[in-house]
Design a protein around this ligand. Structure first.
Ligand code: SF4
Ligand code: SF4
Ligand code: FES
Length: 325
């Protein structure tokens, strides 16, 4: 086992563990943000740079710091390594710069974007973004296109994380899309077939960290924070059938895969479950789903606030806090 200290917390991990995986074992705020790494997809990571950390001590044998900040998703832990994430001002400054870069070509679409409320880039912008922009050049612009029956591609919002490419490559029968061209003209494209049609293509929507790939059966129907996520399952011959139904009243507005505390899908689901089963009678309801993430979806839950601290008593009237609802 290797010993690593992350933000002053010591943890032991197996050889081959990356700094990001070690931080995830600790959990909470020491976990660096990750926009391209996806633990269940091979080859992901190393593209967005949002997970940069400082290695203040390389190992017990080599106590020198690493020369520059490193991507925690692709840097393996060494025995005796000391890592700084939220305890490093340099990392915070670098993250601000990366967010600024990610936003230079990004449209101001949050008010009309289906991803708003569950978007990693939106969360990062609130955490590290600047109020204004220093970018004076023309932004890149692409047309919004349908790639297949179920998915709309907003290339303007894409951060070229490659997650959808790996998803299509590793989960489905044949890959028909990828990243075309290089540098600032790179784009997600379907090239020859102009359509992504396979049983698991909907998972590309779930892994996309921004609103570049959206669900055509849900688009513009509701803001996600107005919906109630409920764990559901059904017998399915193609996938595990374990999903989340996003409900408004007794109606299912959309179906997605279940995600863990790091926003990663735990069970990839097929297109039939995701797009074709929108009736409550199609599903066995397990119960309400708790959204762990720090996002607008999990906002407005006041369980931990003491009611008497926010409601001032009216003069002359005695109130029992338990009676206030
Ligand atoms: S992808 Fe995220 S940051 Fe971009 S417009 Fe949509 S919600 Fe906003
Ligand atoms: S479409 Fe989404 S998942 Fe695909 S590369 Fe762009 S941001 Fe990543
Ligand atoms: S998550 Fe590490 S570089 Fe993107």
């Amino acid at each position: 086992m290797l010993k690593v200290t992350i933000d002053n917390i010591l943890i032991e991990v197996e050889e081959g563990t990356t700094i990001l995986q070690a931080a995830r074992r600790i959990g909470g705020k020491v976990v660096p943000p990750a926009m391209c790494y996806y633990s269940s997809l091979k080859g992901t990571g190393g593209k967005c740079r949002t997970c940069l950390v400082k290695v203040a001590k390389t190992s017990a044998k080599d106590p020198r710091p690493m020369a520059r900040l490193v991507a925690s998703c692709s840097t393996p832990v060494q025995d005796g390594m000391v890592v700084e994430n939220i305890t490093s001002q340099e990392v915070k400054e670098a993250r601000k710069g990366i967010v600024e870069f990610l936003l230079i070509n990004h449209p101001l679409d949050c008010p009309v974007c289906d991803q708003a409320g569950e978007c990693d880039l939106q969360d990062l912008s609130y955490g590290f973004g600047l109020e204004g922009t220093r970018f004076e050049e023309e932004k890149r612009e692409f047309s919004v296109i349908d790639i297949g029956r179920y998915i709309k591609l907003h290339m303007n919002r894409c951060i070229l994380c490659y997650r959808c490419v790996y998803t299509a490559d590793q989960l489905t029968g044949g890959r028909v899309h990828g990243v075309l061209y290089r540098s600032d003209v790179s784009e997600i494209g379907t090239f020859i077939s102009n359509s992504v049609e396979n049983d698991f293509s909907g998972n590309m929507i779930d892994v996309c960290p921004v609103g570049a790939l959206t669900d055509l059966t849900f688009r513009f129907r509701s803001r996600v924070w107005f919906l109630r996520p409920v764990d559901v399952h059904r017998e399915c011959s193609r996938c595990t059938g374990k999903a989340v139904a996003w409900m408004f009243g007794s109606e299912i507005y959309r179906i997605t895969g279940r995600k863990d505390a790091f926003g990663e899908v735990t069970d990839f689901i097929c297109n039939e479950c995701r797009f074709e089963k929108k009736e409550v009678s199609n599903w066995i309801i397990e119960g309400p789903r708790r959204i762990n993430r720090q996002s607008v979806i999990s906002a407005n839950h006041y369980e931990k606030i003491k009611k008497q601290s926010i409601i001032k008593p009216i003069e002359g009237i005695t109130m029992n806090p338990e009676e206030i609802s």
